[in-house]
Design a protein. Structure first.
Length: 308
């Protein structure tokens, strides 16, 4: 589903944000492509973790085969579809289990990250996307107008349990000598709970992404909300290319940007009447600087790198 969204909205501009503040335009497709690539890593990480944990041992009380033949271990592991652990004590060492739990926790973190992205983009003053809201659903028992991102909030909440279980798996690595039983009771909780919870989160997120409401018109409206401030870096670099020091160019552009924040005009309009700009940049050059498509020129290169 992420791949489909990435392809569909490949060239759909939206505002990129750093620290929650408007930065420079990206595309909604690029946002989704980022998650597509991240979940490919989660898949690979999970497969590797399954490989790491798929070992068995029948090597006796402290792992020395004192009362059992190594042939028994080889035969039993083969029957179970496991590989014999090269060396063990009374138990398989729990770094293997911690790696498996880490794969679960990282995947849960990625799901939380995606859910949080949607929650932020669903805020009323942003409203670039919205999780599915079905007919008859209530967003609030007190306020009938509410369309709250409760599905994504649920993903965030449950992911915290899985991530917290990672700490337990790390503690389980520390056993006394050739074995104690402190890990056993904890593992009976964290592994069933975490695998079931992650399966639930994955299916919830699939439903959310398959039915996601996307509002390109709001994305464009938000791009224009700050009067072209996002062009500031391009303007800065153009002035540096004309021979200004970076410090002087930064000061000129920042002064103009502060005037935009004060609602004195848009950045393109202020530049057209500012002598420090007009002395160095032609109208044609300014038009090129203030072209939204300039921010999309390497999108195809990004997609090619990730195989889309």
């Amino acid at each position: 589903m992420l791949k489909k969204l990435a392809v569909t909205y490949r060239k759909t501009p939206c505002m990129g944000r750093s620290h929650g503040v408007h930065a420079e335009p990206t595309t909604f497709g690029v946002k989704m492509a980022l998650y597509y690539e991240e979940f490919k890593r989660n898949r690979d990480r999970m497969l590797q973790a399954i490989e790491t944990i798929s070992y068995g041992k029948f090597s006796g009380a402290v792992g020395t085969f004192s009362s059992i033949s190594p042939d028994v271990e080889n035969l039993a592991c083969e029957k179970l579809g496991l590989k014999p652990d090269p060396i063990s004590t009374q138990v398989i060492q729990r770094d293997r289990h911690a790696e498996f739990m880490a794969a679960l926790a990282i995947c849960a973190g990625s799901l939380d990250k995606l859910a949080t992205e949607i929650r932020h983009l669903q805020r009323t003053e942003v409203r670039e996307v919205e999780e599915p809201f079905q007919k008859g659903q209530k967003g609030s028992s007190a306020m009938p107008h509410k369309r709250n991102p409760i599905l994504c909030e649920r993903v965030t909440g449950i992911s915290r349990v899985i991530k917290a279980n990672m700490n337990v798996a790390l503690d389980d690595m520390t056993l006394w000598h050739e074995r104690d039983i402190s890990h056993s009771s904890a593992e009976r909780i964290i592994f069933p709970d975490s695998t079931i919870a992650l399966d639930y989160l994955i299916h919830r997120m699939i439903f959310i992404m398959e039915n996601l409401n996307v509002y390109p018109e709001n994305m464009m409206e938000n791009i224009g909300r700050t009067g072209g401030l996002f062009y500031s870096q391009g303007l800065l670099l153009a002035l540096v290319e004309k021979g200004l020091s970076r410090e002087d160019a930064y000061r000129i552009v920042q002064d103009l940007a502060m005037r935009v924040w004060s609602k004195e005009g848009t950045l393109p309009d202020l530049c057209s009447t500012d002598s420090a700009i007009s002395e160095r940049l032609s109208k044609k050059e300014l038009k090129e600087i203030f072209d939204l498509n300039r921010y999309l020129k390497n999108i195809d290169y990004i997609y090619k790198k990730i195989g889309l």
